[in-house]
Design a protein around this ligand. Sequence first.
Ligand code: 2AM
Ligand code: CA
Ligand code: CA
Ligand code: CA
Length: 261
Amino acid sequence: MGEKMISIKELDQQAQQIVRQAGQNAFEKMGEDYQVDIKTNYTDLVTTIDRENEQLINNQLRKIDPDSQILSEEGFGDRQITNMQGHVWIVDPIDGTMNFVKQHNNFAVMLALYVDGSPVLGYILDVINGRLYHGRRGDGVYVNDKKINQPANLGLRESLLAMNRTLTLSGNPSLKEIAQEAIGLRMYGSAGIEMIDVITGQLGAYISNLKPWDLAAGRMLAEELGLVVKSIDGRSINVLSSNLVLVATRQVSRDIRQIIN
Ligand code: 2AM
Ligand code: CA
Ligand code: CA
Ligand code: CA
C-alpha cells in the first residue's frame, strides 16, 4: 500500500509558496553582485540568480511531487522530456532576465503543472509589484486573493498589441499590418508580464516566439479566462516545442486570422 498521493489543491498551496520564495530571492539579490553569462548571443543572458531560483524551485518540487517530471530552462530539470504523461512541472526561474539585469523591474517567476498534457495549475509572479497571478483548472484565475474577471472581448482596432523584438523587426508584411491595425504597439521584454496584461485586459493580444517555459503558465491562465492561445495560423500548440504563439481575445484572434488569410 503506497502513501496517499498529494491532491492538486494541496500542490497548488505549496506551489504558491515556492513561487513566492523564488520571487523573494530574486528581489533580495537584484541589487547585489551576481554573475551574468551569455547564452546564445549578447542579447540572451543568464545570471547566477536564474540558476539559484531554478534549483530552489526544482528541489522543492521534487520533495512535494517526487514522481513528476520537471522541464526547466537552465538545465536543472529532467534532461529528456519526450512525453507529457503524468505530472510535468514547467519552470521559468526568471522570465525577463534582461529586465532583471537592466531595469530591476518587469520580470517574473513562472511555474505550471500539466497533467497528462493538459494545463492544470499556473503561476506568474510579477516580482516587483508583489502580484501573484495563479489559477487551478476549473477554479478561475486570481491575483493574490482577488478573482479576475474575464477580459472584455475587444477587437484589434480597440486593443493594444504586444509583440517581441524579433517579430517586430522581422519585416513580415502580415505582422506589420496587424501591428498597424491595433490601437497601439507595446514591447515589454517579458513574456510573463505581457501575458499578465492580456489576462487582465490591458492588452488585447500578445504575439511572440515562445519556448515551453515562456508559455506554459500564461497559457493555463489565459485559457481559464476564455482567451485564445494558439499558434498564429490558428493551429493548436505543442507545449514541448517552440511556437509562434498568439494569446488574444476571441475577437482579436478572428481579426488577425482575416489579415493572415
Ligand atoms: P527569458 O528572459 O526567460 O529568457 C523577451 O526577451 C522575452 O522572450 C522574455 O520573456 C524571454 O524570456 C523570452 N525569450 C525566449 N527566447 C529568448 C532568447 N533567445 N533571447 C532572449 N529572450 C528570449
Ligand atoms: Ca533565458
Ligand atoms: Ca522566459
Ligand atoms: Ca528565464
